[in-house]
Design a protein around this ligand. Sequence first.
Ligand SMILES: Nc1nc2c(ncn2[C@@H]2O[C@H](COP(=O)(O)OP(=O)(O)OP(=O)(O)O)[C@@H](O)[C@H]2O)c(=O)[nH]1
Ligand SMILES: [Mg+2]
Length: 702
Amino acid sequence: MKIYDEKHIKNIALVGAHNSGKTTLAETMLFEAGLLNRRGSIEDKNTVADYHQIEQERESSIYATPLHTEWRNYKINIIDTPGLDDFIGEIASTMRVADSLVTVINAQQGVEVGTEIIWEYINRFSRPTLFVINQIDHPQANFDKSYQSIVDLVGSNAVKIQYPIIIDGAQCIVDVLKMKVYKFKPEGGKPEKLEIPEDQKEMADYLQNELIEKAAENDEELMELYFDKGTLNEDEMRLGIQKGMLNNELFPVFCVSALNDMGSGRLMGFIDNVAPAAADLKPEQSVEGEEIVCKSDGPTILFVFKTFHEPSLGQITFFKVKSGEVKQNDRLKNSRTNEVESLNQLFIMDGKKRHAVEKLTAGDIGATLKLKSTETNDTLHAVGEEITVKPIVFPAARIRKAVTAVNKKDEEKLNEILKKFHSQDPTVVVKYSKELKQVILSCQGELHLATIDWALQNLYGIKAQFDQPKIAYRETIQRPATKSYKHKKQSGGAGQFGEVHLKIEPWYEGIPDPEGFNIRGTEIEELTWGGKLVFYNCITGGVIDTRYMGAIMKGILEVMEEGPLTGSYARDIRVMIFDGKMHSVDSNDISFKIAAAHAFKAAFLDAKPKLMEPVHNLEVRVPEDLMGNVMTDLQSRRSIIMGMDSDGNHQIIKAKVPLAEMYRYSTSLRSQTQGRATFKTEFASFEPVPQNVQKELIKKED
Ligand SMILES: Nc1nc2c(ncn2[C@@H]2O[C@H](COP(=O)(O)OP(=O)(O)OP(=O)(O)O)[C@@H](O)[C@H]2O)c(=O)[nH]1
Ligand SMILES: [Mg+2]
């Protein structure tokens, strides 16, 4: 295969809402580039991009799949991404390495919730983007409405390069950059190129003028030329469009029928002619603050944007060459682990097909096998360099489940595989909670979970069970209490003796020191489970030796960890040790620890203990007409509405919701709004549990 340099490599990601036709378009692009003799289809389950069994079963993409084409002078890598937002991790990592994005819009729907979610990411990654209105062949297609919805989304920077018309019953596309009409034959094949018919001239001229003005705006020289000549030629327009795309100030809009292969050849031509090449993008800053320039004579730097475990192959590592060149058998250092990895095999991938290559240059995307310890988001660089590519920031989890193996014997294997899943897909997070004594799996939604479950069963033969996780409550107190305890044991040999008098009080940030005590020492213990224990030694007259204070504090901490009320960690308490007794022979650490634990527990139970529950901040973005449903549902979840903002024709509801009430929220929201709402959630604070709920929880404990 020909070696392309950074000026002749273009990485394009196909992004867009579920079912807009990305995978079908990818197939058609490969066909147009001559890589396929026959196009596969979603229904026949034989597309190049959706090659995983689960994708074929569900007729929907789940993984981002890199493909490649060679088109005239360029190597155009195409990454097909899933549209369902449960797989946003795949979308985010692809956007990170793409040089431009092709956002596919379903002409039946126009911009959908899925498109809006992707638009947020486009803004975050600020990648040059063009829009393709697909499915123009469909009886329900509405190009004008779809175009308008793009304008509503991105504003006046959207610019129409094409629009569909019918001439003599045949599907045609008017192209105002080329000023030509493409007329498609029902049987396929190359379209006929026609002059623009009289009745379309006015419209086409108007759109071309608009395009020229927008293209000229992006460059001073072009602007001058435009003022001089009153127009721009095709090459000048292309240059202006490219600059506008690079500045995220121009979003060209095309139309196609991916299914009938109409317009995809022209789209490829535009990508080839106009879309920025890898080297045209602004250099990135490394973690260390250095510029990473995409050039093949720079130091070798690879960024791992995806890893995938194929049971038959082992781990496949996908990378983008950010700088320099990588050759077969190169040894590169992983900047996270400091381990040197041998890249014994280099490939470019077309779905499941691998093509071995000897070398890949800056800007290109490739894969390797069997690295020792390299994960998604790692940097591999030439030994001697010290550089780390900024990692992809993945979205926070939206659902949590307690996971166990149905067969006890699989438990260890299950945990190992889940860890592997995390290293491939950082939006799968697996943690053992010591507190809950459960393995908690967090991910993006029920569908994401279903694919994890599918892989466990079908690829690893493990049946897992997913349950509602227990809730990590906290205990604290609401009023002061004073107690004492004498621990005394005399059973032959050495005895035990320790007596502790203590007062406990609720603690909060900024509370002044307690009054009426002679404070001799203070210790502030930051509890590993959040909150504090503030410990005051207020002993007078040496009735308890200072050397026992450590043991006393330990006794108290043990009770706090046990949780006197329901077995949940206690927090935010201060304790004043103000009196007690020692015995010159029998006193020791253990005696004081026991005495302190008893005194503390009794005081705790007397101090009007209460349960606190984790409360999350929730932000729901919902179309205005569905606000009512979402609000009613939130009220049934003991939530507090904190505010509302409007955002176009959406409302953003901000609320605080107890975690205990958030179980299956993702699924429930989806069904209340037909998937038109999205939400984010994060831990906010611990708040008191209402009396009735607390009673239930204490009962459960008994
Ligand atoms: N009529 C018509 N149908 C199309 C066209 N493109 C795709 N489809 C159909 O739309 C459905 C979804 O197509 P996909 O290519 O899987 O869409 P996608 O965007 O990859 O979907 P996800 O991967 O789930 O996000 C399939 O049934 C396709 O046959 C088109 O141009 N015209
Ligand atoms: Mg797809």
